[in-house]
Design a protein around this ligand. Structure first.
Ligand code: ZN
Length: 634
């Protein structure tokens, strides 16, 4: 996922690619500790019975807000004596469960759905005979499933058709598919999705351009992926190609603007391949979602889901795409085995993102991105509980969504930058490439990363890095003193100009902001000292028309600043903004700024009551935590 505003994210060929893939992934790595048998955020028992393939056959019912149909799970009896398959579910209506032996008929199976846990959902235990090869669950989702968002036509760009999209990360796949919902388990998947006429289904998989005669869209993801990367969207969608492997899906009214914005994606893929090895997923397409998508982007393989808030017409926010693309290596190819290892996904991806933006748009651009990321980190460190300030927690968080912050992203990135400095860029690039190749299509833990680091870098260049230093990066709640902090002369200049402006030495008209890049504006606004006066803010607005800016990123920064300064005249604009946006990174700072005073909190609650129906369930949770007075999170 991308959380920062960041200017931040043919069948025969395929089988050949897969052969290469599996040959690479079968290479063993010396002395790596094994993966854990189970994972705290899942009821699954893959050490006994493991799901090897997922096949969905679902119909989409917009009127009842339900997906209904079947999932077939091909299973392997890892422990030949095991007779119960444990699956994760959340608020699913389970109608029937069957099992089948190889070439046999489907037979009814006994099952037991446990009482729901607030975070984990309900454990589904299924009795499976020793010869069962497949399990079929017939089920429906509920209208408020946590991983699904059903939008009315009014909530879309085109206003004519409804829209549905999924967000499975971290543990929401279980709210629309009963399965082993843990990144410990990877499986290929197939799907048939029946949609109402005139609507198109897209998934994180190989797609066919037309539905079959029954109105079903067919999909196949041949590579084994973790459950959180299974993704579906249905709506009035059109497609436009932007390169030999790249293209954009969007509502027709957005399509041309989106294709223009993301036209350079193929180039970013080529840059990534140069350093980190081949892109192994076939196509890389983008799906532009309606504004209520709660994240910047979601790295669903072959089909990144992306917020429309980065479509600005000037391609200045494309590092978001670099981020989501980088997940094709860190996250999707090599996956955090547990949510406590989240930094393996996001720290690596943030490091790759900055390297890619630097390679594509130049050092100065990359430096600005890094500095803004560092500011995000400081902000998150200040707000996070002590237990969440290190890269790995002593005990797992109760709910992975609750501890979501910049820390695994930006602190993870600084850790890798520090390693790069210790061993040199060339050696570190080769190390990362090896990590991806040797763990391709596998899930990995921090302990495995450390063993690999020891084997491939530390043992070969002894004395450069100590265990104490590694522990300081991973386990200590404060940033190590040896962190290599980013600097940007373009941003330092803005800070100096801001200082002179604040002290009255530089008039508002003299600020050279007309030429500022969006990152410079972000820095100017986001880290404005509290001593700025309302009068100074009004002068800025008069000169640069910041209220109502079409750049949603700057719009959020600007309104947050006015609200934080106690400017009640910003409330109507804030309300309009909060009713029109849904990306958590844009809306939560405004709610947080309002919630600082009792009067502001009362107003925030009124606005939220109106805006909530348009927000994603994950975003609603995040806002409600703020309105309850909990500070952590996005
Ligand atoms: Zn990410």
């Amino acid at each position: 996922m991308a959380i920062r505003f960041s200017v931040l994210k043919c069948a025969c060929l395929r089988s050949l690619q897969l052969l290469g893939v599996y040959m690479a992934s079968s290479m063993s790595v010396a002395a790596e500790p094994p993966l854990p048998a189970t994972e705290p955020h899942s009821y699954a028992n893959p050490q006994q019975i493991r799901v090897r393939e997922v096949a969905l056959d679902l119909a989409v019912d917009f009127e009842r807000k339900r997906l209904s149909g079947t999932v077939d799970l091909a299973i392997e009896h890892v422990d030949p004596k095991a007779r119960e398959l444990l699956l994760d579910t959340r608020a699913l209506d389970i109608e029937q469960v069957q099992t089948r032996a190889e070439k046999g008929d489907w037979k009814a199976a006994e099952f037991k759905l446990a009482a729901p846990d607030r975070v984990l959902g309900s454990r589904l235990g299924i009795a499976v005979p020793g010869d069962a090869q497949s399990v079929r669950v017939r089920y429906s989702t509920v209208p408020d499933a946590s991983g699904l968002q059903w939008l009315t036509p009014e909530q879309t760009a085109g206003k004519r058709q409804p829209f549905l999209f999924t967000q499975s990360q971290a543990i929401h796949a279980r709210s629309w598919i009963p399965l082993q919902d843990t990144p410990l388990v990877r499986a290929p998947y197939r799907a048939r999705i029946k949609t109402p006429k005139g609507l198109r289904a897209v998934m994180s998989a190989e797609m066919h351009d037309e539905p079959d005669a029954d109105g079903r869209w067919r999909f196949e993801m041949p590579q084994p992926i973790p459950s959180y990367l299974i993704a579906l969207a249905v709506g009035d969608l059109a497609f436009k190609s932007t390169g030999k492997r790249t293209g954009v899906y969007a509502e027709p009214s957005m399509l041309d603007r989106a294709a223009h914005e993301f036209a350079e994606t193929e180039k970013t893929i080529e840059l990534a391949e140069k350093t980190y090895g081949p892109y192994r997923w076939g196509r890389y397409d983008l799906l532009v979602l309606p504004p209520s998508f709660p994240y910047g982007g979601m790295e669903n393989p072959r089909l990144t889901f992306v917020t429309p808030s980065v479509i600005t017409g000037d391609r200045k926010l494309v590092s978001l795409i670099a981020h989501e693309l980088a997940h094709s290596w860190s996250g999707n190819l090599v996956t955090n085995a547990t949510w406590s290892d989240f930094w393996l996904n996001e720290g690596f991806t943030t490091y790759l993102t900055y390297r890619l933006t630097e390679a594509q748009y130049g050092q100065a651009f990359g430096d600005m991105e890094r500095v803004l990321g560092y500011h995000d980190l400081l902000d998150s460190m200040e707000r996070a509980d002590v237990a969440d300030r290190s890269l790995i927690r002593e005990t797992p968080a109760a709910d992975p969504d609750e501890v979501f912050s910049s820390i695994p992203y930006e602190r993870g990135e600084l850790f890798l930058v520090w390693l790069e400095q210790r061993f040199g860029r060339e050696a570190f690039d080769a190390f990362l490439r090896g990590w991806f190749d040797d763990h391709a299509f596998k899930s990995a833990t921090t302990a495995q990363f450390l063993a690999y680091l020891q084997d491939k870098l530390l043992a070969r260049q002894p004395g450069k890095v100590s265990t104490v230093q590694l522990d300081a990066w991973l386990k200590v709640p404060v940033l190590p003193d040896s962190a290599v902090l980013p600097t940007s002369s373009a941003l330092t200049e803005v800070e100096q100009q801001r200082e002179r402006w604040l002290s009255g030495k530089l008039g508002t008209a003299q600020l050279p902001a007309k030429n500022w890049a969006v990152q410079q504006w972000q820095l100017f606004l986001d880290s404005m000292p509290e001593r700025v006066t309302l009068d100074q803010l009004r002068q800025l607005d008069a000169r640069f028309k910041l209220t109502g800016t079409s750049n949603q990123i700057l719009g959020s920064s600007w309104l947050r600043l006015r609200l934080a300064a106690g400017d009640k005249s910003a409330w109507p604009a804030a309300e309009t903004y909060l009713l029109g946006a849904g990306r958590m990174r844009l809306i939560t700072p405004l709610y947080r700024a309002l919630a600082k005073t009792p009067e502001g909190l009362a107003f925030a609650k009124q606005v939220y009551a109106k805006a909530a129906p348009g927000y994603h369930p994950i975003a609603r949770e995040a806002v409600e935590r703020i309105l309850r007075g909990e500070q952590a999170g996005v």
